[in-house]
Write a protein that binds this ligand. Structure first.
Ligand SMILES: C[S@@+](CC[C@H](N)C(=O)[O-])C[C@H]1O[C@@H](n2cnc3c(N)ncnc32)[C@H](O)[C@@H]1O
Length: 244
């Protein structure tokens, strides 16, 4: 994946810089999809990179397919659980910005983070959220700088150990008492799914108990968890949790 000319390359702790920049600016911290294998990360990078390439190539198609996903009940529950405060909210794996846009309408200050340049480009057109291109397994944000993290369908392309790394990162960047929402595909094992442009995406499925354990071990107390029908595809494990 080549570096997009519209990205500004920076590294390190970027929240304050991000908040000070115009909405269309997206940063590419070191060690994103182009950075190759990184210490402590166990994912089979070729499956992950193939998956992200698929998003980049079929970004518009993906965005259109899930543009009208009916997540109202989850949005509303999340909003009731976000603690008051000035800190922004992180959409971790924001994709094309659908949820950032909605939460901004509800009065939240949003930062969207994703590794797919193709989807971030669409997000920059759709939402005023500040956007960062980065890897959820190693977030370029300081400790305790978000009051909530919304992660809808974004851990599904990470194996268990990498997903746990990401959940630990969510915990690190949250204020004490901060809220986490996670949604992952329900089931057992892994699978490849084809996109319509000849690419494919790798998915990790989750049993509810597996995700609950991961969240608890990563420093959260579970508020609610459920297995529910998705509005567009399949069954999902949804978890609301609070940083202990
Ligand atoms: C199934 S899409 C969900 C997008 C959006 N949250 C939604 O609900 O439509 C998965 C998203 O997670 C992003 N993603 C997956 N693994 C990631 C990682 N390790 N770091 C950053 N983004 C990641 C992908 O690029 C993609 O945008």
């Amino acid at each position: 994946m080549g570096r997009s000319p519209w990205l500004n390359a920076v590294s390190g702790k970027l929240l304050s810089r991000l908040l000070a920049r115009p909405a269309e600016t997206v940063y590419l911290p070191e060690g994103s999809a182009e950075g190759g294998r990184r210490p402590g990360l166990t994912l089979d990078d070729s499956a992950f990179l193939e998956t992200i390439r698929s998003y980049d190539v079929s970004a518009q198609e993906y965005a259109d397919r899930f543009a009208d996903a009916d997540l109202r009940a989850l949005y509303q529950r999340f909003l009731t659980l976000v603690p008051p405060g000035d800190e922004p909210v992180l959409d971790a794996g924001c994709g094309s910005g659908r949820d950032c846009e909605l939460f901004i309408l509800s009065g939240l200050r949003m930062i969207g983070a994703d590794i797919s340049a193709g989807l971030l480009k669409l997000a920059a057109q759709r939402t005023n959220a500040k956007l960062a291109q980065c890897d959820l397994r190693l977030l370029p944000f300081e400790e305790q700088c978000f009051r909530a993290v919304w992660s809808c369908a974004s851990l599904v392309h990470l194996g268990h150990q990498d997903a746990e790394n990401a959940v630990r990162e969510f915990c690190r960047v949250l204020i004490p008492g901060g809220t986490l929402f996670l949604a992952v595909r329900h089931g057992a094992g892994q699978e490849w799914r084809s996109d319509s442009k000849g690419g494919r995406r790798w998915f990790q499925l989750y049993e509810r108990r597996t995700l609950e354990e991961m969240v608890t071990l990563s420093g959260f107390g579970i508020v609610e968890s459920e297995v529910a029908e998705g509005s567009v595809v399949g069954q999902w494990v949804n978890i609301f949790a609070k940083k202990a």
